[in-house]
Write a protein that binds this ligand. Structure first.
Ligand code: UFG
Length: 317
């Protein structure tokens, strides 16, 4: 198995599970965002750019992986608005060069990290996979573009893929916790506040939701990782290309998440109310029934208290 971005948050947890079930894993990561300490000791690690054809082709030639899980990419919506070029470069151009390296060595099963960001502002919630794709950020656009590129490569070269559209990845495994720099995500920011750090800003209190704050579908990183193993097996067994939502199917508002952190940690969480963050839709909740049917996948660790508790217990001192 070849895993790009295996030093990142979801990629490292997935690598742990793959190794736990006995797969041989090669991780490619340039460590521009990921951290070496996240890479499982038993994985073969290559520090490289996914667009470096020489390196990628040498790896594929040597290890002959039966599938690839492509996590490597930039993930921040706001950063993509400020610097679209780097998102096009990383998430589309270099990812396409990576695909070219794969097809030259007949690697034809690709699991791809896509995002609920492909939908933009959905017309209907819960969102199913047929919802219009109208991304509202360069980030979302790159994910939707690469899904389509995978389709072109299937027609031209027979590459099959599973695109997994993550909703809000959250929580920690026994070994790995979410840590981005800078951290923009809600749950890590609230936990930092509960540890005695800064005040949490609540972005927007006038959304058309019951308490006025935005609603998201938080899905535990271990459930996400588990879906990748199932997606690999599905492709290796000959499954057809498909895109699937990965979410819990349940939405929580920003204030409900803050209340859950207060309850689980028994700590104070000071909040300040701020304006809406540009580009944030009011409500994103998955209809995860396709993944349930096709992969027999259940988000059974994604209870919000469990997500918060898992991250709180492993937090750095
Ligand atoms: N929020 C706050 N305060 C904060 C951080 C976030 O109020 O300090 C709010 C946001 O405005 C949003 C919600 O909490 O309404 C969740 O925000 P996150 O930044 O945690 O996550 P997003 O929903 O913006 O984005 C995440 C991923 C994207 C992905 C998207 C898909 O970061 O890559 O989920 O649902 F596209």
């Amino acid at each position: 198995m070849l895993v790009t971005g295996g030093a990142g948050y979801i990629g490292s947890v997935t690598t742990d599970l793959l190794i736990g079930r006995g797969d041989r894993v090669v991780v490619i990561d340039d460590l521009s965002r990921g951290k070496m300490e996240n890479v499982h000791d038993d994985a073969v690690f290559v520090q490289a750019d996914i667009g470096d054809r020489g390196v990628v082709e040498a790896i594929v030639d040597e290890y002959d992986p039966d599938a690839v899980i492509h996590f490597a990419g930039y993930i921040a919506v706001g950063e993509s608005v400020r610097n679209p070029g780097s998102y096009l470069d990383r998430n589309v151009a270099r990812s396409t060069m990576f695909l070219d390296s794969l097809i030259r060595h007949d690697v034809s099963n690709v699991v791809f990290s896509s995002s609920a960001a492909v939908y933009g502002q959905p017309k209907m919630v819960p969102i199913d996979e047929n919802e219009d794709k109208q991304p509202t950020s360069p980030y979302g656009w790159t994910k939707w573009a690469f899904e389509q590129i995978l389709g072109f490569y299937e027609v031209a070269h027979g590459t099959r893929h599973v695109a997994l559209r993550y909703f809000n990845a959250a929580g920690a495994s026994e070994r790995r916790v979410e840590r981005h720099d800078p951290e923009t995500h809600l749950i890590p920011n609230i936990l930092e506040s509960a540890s005695g750090g800064k005040t949490v800003s609540v972005f927007g209190t006038d959304y058309p939701t019951p308490d006025g704050t935005a609603i998201r579908d938080y899905v535990h990183v271990v459930d996400l990782a588990d879906a990748h193993l199932r997606a690999v097996d599905y492709l290796v067994d000959g499954g057809a290309s498909i895109a699937m939502n990965l979410g819990s199917g349940v939405g929580f508002s920003v204030m409900e998440v803050i209340e859950t952190v207060r309850r689980v940690t028994a700590r104070e969480v000071p909040v300040e109310y701020a304006d809406r963050r540009a580009g944030d839709p009011p409500e994103l909740v998955a209809d995860p029934s396709l993944a349930r049917r096709v992969l027999d996948w259940e988000a059974n660790q994604s209870d919000l208290e469990n997500i918060v508790r898992s991250s709180w217990e492993i937090r750095p001192a």
